[in-house]
Design a protein. Structure first.
Length: 565
């Protein structure tokens, strides 16, 4: 039996198309988790066996991926050196080597000499990186031009910029732009129907945010409600502050979900994607407090990061926290639950992050990703199946990144006032989290009962093994039942108002006591809230009943009395 007979349907279709056309350049766009590596290496093995090429060169975004490609290649009998320096000699036992885009850019002429010395196939993994910087694109063009075959791969939406990607075909569009043209495309929707990838459920969390702007104004708003771009960025930043309550409450919910999944999939793992290294370390501390176990922390500039990822991938540890290192290409098939705790909101980065969770291992596995309830992220979650080409000639803006709006506002204020010290300092003051909605297959579920504590637990308790049709049916049934329950529980308006006001008063009192405890002990707000929940029971403060809030108030007062005594 030949290797091609072991391919998935899409891989075989693309492989047969390649064999029929025998192109010099071929662009494959396939959703993360679909198996682009296997497809590319099957072509490479076929070309080597037929003597069409003598050497394979693989270009990757990161050092970790060089090693990952070399291991995958060795599995089908191709020896790739992932450590070859630009001036070193390739060992006699190797049929090729791997290099990063950045490494290629350091000395493109040296790599060109190697590629033109023998008939060579170049595999460009996540080829959109060749458009990251003009120098990278120039280096890829210069170094790889002599190759007899070039196979470009990508699994994520292209950026919209004016740096053309080398060896990619572009076609004119009616609006005057030009767009990339893939030779073969295999999207998430198609892969989901084929059972190649998992269903992804997005758990969106809102909550009340309170912060001080750089101009010194104090602002309170609900995350996800209509706000201008700068306020949306600041509200999101407040939610992601590890000293607030939003992060601990969402991490607690995510851990509850992971435990449910692990009932069916014992090695299921979770990943928290942070904006920066300080936040990653802080989130890891909060997770350790919640779970009683230290999570794996991966920081890209620390030695041994690749080894940590490999150890986590092969192990049973429930949680990993990382910044950017696992956002693209890194293969950790057991990841089932994610927390998107970063301000970056470009389609490219979001798709890369989601791609870490979609790889299917066996029938029925689901993926759950917890996201802040902000319009941009909910739009991306609803639009997971969208196909995006690389467009050249369109006006480029940074508006996809939620922090860009805030940065733009600050720059304007600095220009107007003439000095940055007049702006003051942004500061997150307080936050809490509440379940907002679940987004699946473009539909939203649960948004009609925001304050229903049982509703959140219903969604967190969805079984970890369901096929896409079962997920859709379960969510539709849950929505209908929740609507009926809400109508049955309807109370007189005045009674609801009184109960709401009492809960609001107790939440404010609890928040003030938690703040006082922070100033007294240095304990982050979120850790204190988690400790109170552990001692007193009940849901997050945003969803707790008056009795549960009063119990926490009594508990923290007892702590303070004991500390004073």
């Amino acid at each position: 039996m030949t290797r091609s007979q072991h391919l998935r349907v899409w891989q075989r279709e693309a492989f047969e198309l390649y064999q029929r056309t025998q192109p010099s350049d071929f662009l494959t766009v396939a959703t993360p988790g679909a198996g682009k590596t296997t497809f590319a290496l099957t072509i490479a093995a076929d070309l080597l066996a037929k003597g069409i090429v003598e050497r394979i060169v693989i270009v990757t975004p990161t050092d970790h991926l060089k090693t990952q490609w070399a291991l995958a290649a060795s599995g089908i009998g191709i020896a790739i050196d992932p450590t070859l320096p630009s001036q070193g000699a390739l060992g006699s036992g190797f049929q090729g080597f791997a290099v990063t885009y950045a490494g290629l850019a350091v000395n493109p002429n040296a790599y060109r000499a190697r590629i033109e010395h023998r008939s060579t196939m170049v595999i460009m993994d996540e080829v959109h990186h060749a458009g990251d910087a003009l120098t990278w694109g120039d280096a890829v063009q210069e170094a790889c031009e002599p190759a007899v075959r070039r196979l470009a791969l990508t699994g994520t939406p292209f950026r919209s910029d004016d740096n053309p990607i080398p060896f990619v075909t572009y076609a004119p569009q009616v609006d005057g732009t030009v767009a990339s043209v893939a030779d073969y495309s295999y999207g998430y929707g198609h892969a989901l129907k084929d059972g190649v990838v998992r269903p992804v459920l997005f758990m969106a969390y809102s909550g009340r945010m309170h912060w001080r702007t750089r101009a010194g104004d104090e602002v309170a708003a609900r995350l996800g409600e209509p706000l201008d771009r700068a306020a949306t960025a600041q509200a999101l930043r407040t939610a992601l502050d590890p000293n607030g309550s939003w992060i601990p409450e969402v991490l607690t919910a995510a851990h509850t979900r992971l435990n449910e999944v692990r009932r069916h999939v014992p090695d299921a793992g979770g990943l928290v994607i942070a904006s920066d290294q300080d936040s990653a370390r802080a989130y890891a501390s909060v997770l350790a407090e919640i779970t009683g176990l230290k999570p794996t922390v991966v920081l890209s500039d620390e030695p041994g990061s690749s080894a940590k990822i490999a150890e986590f991938s092969a192990g049973m540890t429930p949680w990993m926290v990382a910044v950017r290192m696992v956002s693209e290409g890194v293969d950790i098939p057991r990841l089932s639950v994610g927390v998107y705790a970063t301000t970056t909101s470009t389609p490219l980065y979001f798709a890369q992050a989601v791609g870490r969770f979609v790889r299917a291992r066996r029938k029925g596995e689901t993926a759950s990703i917890f996201v802040p309830s902000v319009p941009r992220l909910l739009e991306l979650a609803s639009d997971l199946e969208a196909q995006r080409d690389h467009v050249i000639g369109r006006a480029v803006k940074d508006e996809d990144d939620l922090f860009a709006a805030e940065a733009e506002l600050i720059a304007k204020a600095q220009e107007d006032q003439g000095a940055s010290d007049q702006l003051g300092e942004y500061r997150a003051l307080a936050s809490d989290a509440s379940f907002d909605r679940l987004v699946y297959d473009g539909g939203e579920f649960g948004y009609d009962a925001l304050s229903d504590d049982d509703g959140e637990l219903d969604f967190l308790g969805i079984p970890g093994l369901l096929d896409p049709d079962q997920v859709a049916e379960l969510l539709k049934t849950a929505r209908a039942k929740r609507a009926q329950d809400k109508a049955a529980r309807a109370e007189p308006e005045i009674a609801a108002d009184v109960a709401f006001e009492r809960r609001s008063e107790l939440r404010r009192e609890l928040q003030a006591l938690v703040g006082a405890w922070h100033h007294r002990t240095g304990a982050p707000h979120g850790v204190t809230h988690s400790r109170l929940r552990s001692q007193c029971g009940g849901p997050p403060a945003a969803q707790a009943s008056s009795a549960e809030l009063q119990a926490r108030i009594d508990a923290i007062r007892a702590w303070a009395l004991k500390a004073s005594g």
